[in-house]
Design a protein around this ligand. Structure first.
Ligand code: NAD
Ligand code: 2HG
Length: 529
């Protein structure tokens, strides 16, 4: 039977050549209207795209023969993965094909910003000269702050070190060993903001990274800081850039990515500011990167169509697990527990041990993958899934260990995670109580019982009268309702742990009001919503 693949969005032509060598027919349609795409997609077993095509449930409903969606690149924000998974369609990407190109583009932006290259090129081309106006700054001996020390952040660090820059990084999910190896000092975010002459971000856009730089943090920034964003639009609050420049806090900004691409009319107005330089999402636009991702995705898809292997797949284990009713609840439990662990673990932890009891021992491998998926999905750019989570964890230098325990005195089927580094450890256990009912049953040796859902406030307190009243009245004053709560203690009058499910998300000020209460310590806020 002949196999047909549709290549969309200016995917490099080498993609078609690789398919041809594998006897797979490829049609190249760089520009196609959505209506026509809906009419023809039904005859293809696979499609390849970049960021120009959105694959949603509606488009998938026309794709009756589709087996694979391949992204020539990293970001899969334009693909509805849950919809593809429930239709049994594999989604694949090529997470590292454009790392070097994007790192090089970032370094180019840092130098262009320091030396006003784009602005001065414009001036000369329009018949001007103005040498005085374009006085620049050396990057040598200046401090570069890197937020996100993953694949691209690491390559940027290695290159800018050669320019003589001092390097700081903030990344709670990388290890001290990795930072040390590449000559970077790992610091807290506020410290980095206050010490950096240049700031470059290399994280995904998440709830935590969105608007990381805005007028709200103006007083934390080193005056005269220069900002670079070649990651995702929205990490710097776009509408605050001009005010930050006008106040003299930010000396300039270099942007490759935007919240809306192409930018809206208002955003184009912002980009006209002479201290802002910009490129149209060119990080990965080199012949080499496009060729690499095109060859990689064509080989991956060919292998998968021939059932040889599923490298680069983002959802293949999820597809096979969709039909296994026995393991499904434990996979959900493990993923939720991973999410919680990722939010309470000590910064830069690198030791993770997972202990399984009862039925969980039968599926320990996939449950570890699910825990890692839950943990990493909050920090890693490309969609983390059951297939690639372990790879990313090991790539980051995490040390993983798994043990199976024959029984537990209280629970038949239990998962326990211990995580930390040599100085600080956290331990947390959870179990399935019924359909969709997953509960934490122990934290750091304190027995509690709390459903894994919603927004959770957790803290330690002295076991004495009035502690709960103090917290609940502080919450009530801020109109925050408590939905459920659980208490655990070491013994009468000693240390206790309290976990409450609150009815809405808490902001930093609201959390501060709990930190400040006498006798309350170790406050953690966990969002599972
Ligand atoms: N401009 C372009 O054309 C282009 C090309 C490729 C990738 N990208 C983007 O670049 C970014 C980085 O890609 P990558 O391949 O290096 O990803 P990566 O997953 O290898 O690295 C991301 C890093 O960010 C860290 N991180 C996550 N949340 C954080 C937070 N709140 N604070 C600090 N650090 C945090 C992670 O721990 C990880 O180390 C992504 O947003 C990706 O989509 C852009
Ligand atoms: O140019 C592209 O295809 C997008 C590059 C990049 O943002 C990615 O997600 O891989």
């Amino acid at each position: 039977m002949s196999l047909n693949v549709l290549l969309l969005d200016n995917v490099d032509p080498v993609c078609a050549e690789v398919f041809k060598e594998r006897n797979i027919h490829a049609d190249q349609r760089p520009k196609i209207e959505l209506d026509e795409l809906k009419k023809i997609i039904g005859k293809y077993e696979a499609i390849v795209l970049r960021s120009g095509t959105t694959v949603d449930e509606e488009l998938l409903s026309h794709a009756e023969n589709l087996r694979i969606i391949g992204r020539a690149g990293v970001g899969v924000d334009n693909i509805d993965i849950p919809a593809a998974t429930s239709k049994g369609v594999l989604v694949m990407n090529t997470p590292d094909g454009n790392t070097i190109s994007t790192a090089e583009h970032t370094c180019g932006m840092i130098i262009a910003l320091a030396r006003n290259i784009p602005q001065s090129v414009d001036r000369v081309k329009s018949g001007g000269w103005d040498r005085k106006k374009f006085m620049g700054t050396e990057v040598h001996s200046k401090t570069l702050g890197i937020v996100g020390l993953g694949k691209i952040g690491t390559e940027v660090a290695l290159r800018m070190k050669q320019f003589g820059m001092d390097l700081l990084a903030y990344d709670p999910f990388t290890t001290q060993d990795h930072a040390k190896e590449i000559g970077v000092e790992l610091v807290e975010l506020d410290d980095l903001l206050g010490r950096s002459d240049f700031l470059t971000v290399h994280t995904p856009l998440t709830e935590k990274t969105k608007n990381m730089i805005s007028l709200d943090v103006a007083d934390k920034l080193k005056p005269g800081i220069r900002l670079v964003n070649c990651a995702r639009g929205g990490i710097y609050k776009e509408e605050d850039l001009v005010p930050l420049i006008e106040k003299g806090i930010v000396a300039g900004a270099a942007l490759d990515v935007y919240t809306t691409e192409p930018p809206t009319k208002e955003l184009y107005e912002t980009l006209k500011n002479p201290s802002i330089i910009c490129t149209p999402h060119l990080g990965a636009s080199t012949e080499e990167a496009q060729e690499k991702v095109a060859v990689q995705i064509a080989s991956q898809i060919s292998d998968a169509l021939e059932n040889k292997n599923y490298k680069g797949s983002l959802n293949s284990k999820s597809i096979s697990l969709l039909t296994n009713d026995e393991v499904q609840p434990y996979v959900e439990l493990a993923e939720k527990l991973g999410k919680v662990s990722g939010q309470i673990m000590p910064d830069n932890a690198n030791n993770f041990s997972f202990e399984y009891t009862g039925i969980c021992t039968k599926y320990s491998e996939v449950l570890t993958d699910a825990i890692l998926k839950g943990m990493l999905s909050q920090y890693v750019s490309e969609s983390v899934n059951l297939i690639n989570a372990r790879h990313y964890a090991l790539e980051r230098g995490f040390k993983l260990s798994e043990t199976n325990k024959s029984d537990d005195k209280n629970y038949n089927d239990l998962i326990t995670i211990k995580l930390g580094d040599s100085s600080e450890y956290k331990q947390i256990s959870a179990a399935v109580f019924g359909p969709g009912d997953y509960r934490i049953v122990e934290i750091d040796g304190f027995g509690i019982e709390l459903r894994l859902e919603g927004d959770i406030l957790m803290y330690q307190n002295l076991d004495k009268p009035g502690m709960l009243a103090a917290v609940s009245s502080t919450l009530a004053k801020q109109d925050i309702n408590i939905g459920a709560l659980s208490l655990g203690r070491e013994g009468k009058g000693s240390n206790a742990i309290t976990a409450v499910i609150v009815d809405r998300q808490l902001n930093n000020e609201e959390l501060d009001s709990i930190y400040k209460l006498d006798g309350v310590s170790n406050v953690k806020y966990i969002s599972l919503s």
